[in-house]
Design a protein around this ligand. Sequence first.
Ligand code: CNA
Ligand code: ZN
Length: 274
Amino acid sequence: MAGAGISTDAGIPDFRSPETGLYDNLQSYKLPYPEAIFSIDYFRRQPKPFYVLAKELYPGQFVPTKSHFFVKLLEKKGLLRRHYTQNIDCLERVAGIDPELIVEAHGSFHTAHCIGRKCLKEYSQAWVKEKIFQDEIPRCNVCKSLVKPDITFFGEGLPPRFFELLENDFGSCDLLVVMGTSLLVQPFASLINDVANSVPRLLINRVRVGEASAPGTGFDFDGKHVGRTHRDALVLGDCDAACVLLAERLGWTDELAELRSAFLEETNSLGQDQ
Ligand code: CNA
Ligand code: ZN
C-alpha cells in the first residue's frame, strides 16, 4: 500500500508534510480550505484551481523513484500480489509495473470523463492534457460540462476495481508493506486491518501513522494491545532509503540499480530520437 510519500523524491509534493506539502502551498489558489482543490462540489463551481495544479503535477514530467522500482522488482520476483496506491501520478505505470498488478485506489490521469450526469463521455489522457497545457478548461464537446481526469475527489466513490479486488488480495496477503502515507484517507487507510491477524505488516514512513487506539484498529508497533506477539514493524525514514536497504538485505542491490538505469537509458534514447 502506498501514498504520496513514495513520489516526493521524484519532486512531487505530498499533501500533508509541513512546509513542503501541497496543503501548505496553495495560497495563490485562494481556496476556502485546502481540500477544496480536490472536492467535487467546489470543482463543479470553480474548476480553475484544480486544472492549474493538474498542469503542474501532470504525469510525464517525473521519473519514478527507487521505491517504485523496488515494487517493480517485487513483481519481477513473482512476489507482488498487488500494489494498492493512493497516488494519481501514474508513476507505477511509468516504472513498468503491470497495470493488472496495480490498483489505483484514487484513480489516475490515465482516462477522463465528462461530469455531466446524463453524458459521462470518455476522453483520452492526450485530449485532456492538450487542453490543460493550453490553459483551457476542458469541456465536453457534446454537453459542454467539465471534463475531469478520473481521479477520485473528496465526495466521490472509489473505482469499482478497488472493491472488486480487495477481499481476495487482502485475504491472501502474507506480508503487507505500507509506504509513504499518512493513512488519513478512508476507506484506503483501513485496508491495513484487512489482512489476517498473523500477517506481518511493515510501515515505512517519515512519521508514525496508523497506530491502533484499540485492539485490531491499526498498527501496534510497541505491542500495547497484543502483548508480546509483535507482528508490526516500523522503519522511520525515507521510502527510497528503506527500499535500498531492503534490497541490500535481500541481495538485490544490483538488480534494483539496473531497473532504474535501464529506465533512464531508455527515456534518454527516446528523448534523443525526438
Ligand atoms: P499525505 O497525507 O500527504 O501523507 C504523506 C505521508 O508520507 C506523510 O506521513 C509523510 O510524512 C510521508 N512522507 C513524505 N515523503 C516521504 C518520503 N520520501 N519517505 C517516507 N515518508 C514520506 O499523502 P497520502 O498519500 O497519505 O494521502 C492520500 C492522498 C494524497 C491521495 O488521495 C493522493 O491522491 C494524494 N496525493 C497524491 C500525490 C501523488 O500522486 N504523487 C501527491 C500528493 C497528494
Ligand atoms: Zn458531456
